[in-house]
Write a protein that binds this ligand. Structure first.
Ligand code: HEC
Length: 119
């Protein structure tokens, strides 16, 4: 009997192919990648930040974000993780990591300023 069947070979190299696609795709384009932050915001933050519930700064609203963005991302991340006024700590999702909160805020800032580095 022939020891290598074609489906068997495909199964064997599939993980390698998948890994190749996953490592090559995000490298395309050279644009900063906000897709992770966008997904986090959609799932956890939009409920307040889309409409401005309780005075939450509305996504993409330059006036509302201006003075907040001026604080710099470190302060924003601190406020969002620890809670700030009516902003609940981590948007009320304790399972979100510091890194995920940071990605979410990077995405929020990308909507109101072209650069990723708030001064
Ligand atoms: C329950 C509603 C609610 C949810 C959910 C929520 N926010 Fe907020 N957020 C607010 C409110 C209200 C404010 C304004 C707080 C203030 O200025 O008193 C705010 C303010 C902020 C600010 C500005 C803080 C500053 O220093 O000015 C950031 C950044 C922020 N939220 C990030 C997030 C992120 C990231 C998430 C999702 C993980 C999130 N928020 C989810 C209500 C919410």
């Amino acid at each position: 009997m022939f020891p290598f069947s074609l489906p068997g070979l495909m199964n064997a190299i599939r993980p390698a192919l998948l890994l190749l696609v996953l490592t090559v795709l995000p490298g395309c384009g050279g644009q900063p990648d906000y897709s992770q932050g966008e997904a986090i915001v959609k799932a956890n933050c939009k409920v307040c930040h889309a409409q401005g519930i309780n005075g939450a700064p509305v996504l993409g609203n330059h006036k509302m974000w201006g003075p907040r963005a001026d604080q710099g991302i470190e302060v924003l991340v601190k406020h969002a993780t620890e809670g700030f006024g009516l902003m609940p700590a981590r948007g009320g999702r304790p399972q979100l990591t510091d890194e995920e909160i940071r990605e979410a805020i990077r995405y929020m800032l990308s909507l109101v300023q072209p650069e990723d580095s708030p001064e």
